[in-house]
Design a protein around this ligand. Sequence first.
Ligand code: ATP
Ligand code: MG
Length: 565
Amino acid sequence: MMRWSQALLNTLREAPQDAEIISHKLMIRAGMLRKMGGGLYTYMPLGIRALRKVEAIVREEMEKAGAQETLFPILQPAELWKQSGRWETMGPGMFRLKDRKDAWYVLAPTAEEAFTALAKNEISSYRQLPCIIYQMQDKFRDEIRPRFGLIRGKEFLMKDAYSFDADEAGADISYRKMYDAYVRIFQRVGLQATPVEADTGDIGGNFSHEFMVFASSGEDGILNCEACGYAANQERAERVVAASPYAVEAGAFEMVATPEQHACEDVAKFLGVPQNQVVKSLVVLADQKPVMVLVPGDREVNLLKLRRVLGGAKIEEADEATVLSVAGPCGSIGPVGVELPVYADRALKEAADVIVGANKEGFHLRHVSLARDAKILAYEDLVIVAEHDACPKCGKPLAIRRGTEVGQCFKLGTKYSEAFGASYLDETGAPRIMTMGCYGIGVSRTLQAIVEQSNDENGIIWPAAVAPYQVGLLVLDPDNPDVVAKADALAEALEANGVDVFIDDRSERPGVKFKDADLIGFPIRVVAGAKGFAKGGFEVRRRTEKDSAIVPPEKMVETILSLLA
Ligand code: ATP
Ligand code: MG
């Protein structure tokens, strides 16, 4: 129970300038959060209560799934990160600092290294497997663009879990347990989060789901099939190729002048052919060696897919000098006559009458048959899937939606266990490497995502499970002893039944109290006033409803409990 007269709570009429999205605005206006600096927020008393409730649900579901809680230091020695190689690969997104003895440390952005090193030391026998451990701990990331309040912070609360199994089959079971726990967590906190197939990115590994909350402010693109429910991150989504749009027959290729035409679109217009008749060629460095990628001229290369095809190689941009030395001047390159490995998109498999760069400024080649005139190492899925492309599951057109990731499950394989030598002795006494998974939930991001999804023009609408207080009890006549006595008695009875009550006992006008209660978003609003009592009781209203009902005092606890059930 809390009384506003004693609470550190200030609601604001206006949102701060830098709050771009509704949830950020509402969290500040409702007095839940205050900004300390870019990407750094202080939880006010109401805000931390809601965060703790989300945390509690995450914890309960982790324990139910058999995961054990631990707590690791945030400040971690650089050596740990050097051992996995991520001291080099994490780049400027990782905060690094030195102690007084000049030893380097990291403010952990995630914790695969720390958990794997622990498992190496603590787990030695197959009898100790499977093992899932987790922590609820702040993480630090020097984000390029911290914004949207808790959605993208420099410091944020993450639940991170790691599974250790004897083999791939065991790892699949652990993955499933965590995946199922995630589904229950998001259900329980009242958030609609959709699992989508995702790429495994820098973390390494081979299989992943992201739990996405659809929102117009989302920074990720998700391809979604309304017909069959297929959903995949745009980075990951598979492109299915219908019948080849390319001619089967082509005479010998010839050089054609295309002065100052570089982009495929321009070359196509200039030569009067459809854009997909031109082949887009790109040279990139894969583990520092140049490779060429070909895609239809109307498509974009998906470098993450290329990376997967190349077994996880590090893909970097190639500078102009490198491109010139292995192919030709940028904007006029093509696969004919080059000596570097060339990978082509699957859609180009039968491309027999296409236009490619001639590796000579201002010239292209036409009537090129890739199979005949170029050396293609492999045809793979290498393009970014776009809206209206066919669903890989059912063939219906895909829609693109914006989303924010609230959680992610990864099958990691043995990348970290190998780097740290995390092995165990199997039944026969032979050493074997552990198979891992890792599972993150942005707990603070989840909190704000709930608000982003659940609000109206008057303010937040908290799902009861995570509301800072489930009942807002507005005392309209705080100077009337009878009203105050009835309100206090109700608050006590509710608290005794496990319901959190926030009492607005300020001497403010009723209108102000109503507005604030809606802004803060108590799932249930109870009004205690002389007028209502004259009509027979408290006025009770759900945050989602317009009209309130008069409920006699003796029926109140029962009524509230049934509304919350
Ligand atoms: P994003 O793509 O949104 O940057 P990520 O894929 O880099 O996220 P993970 O490394 O998978 O994030 O971290 C696990 C979870 O931590 C994410 O699902 C997300 O909910 C949360 N998270 C990541 N970065 C931030 C951040 N800067 N602020 C708040 N939460 C974050
Ligand atoms: Mg992620």
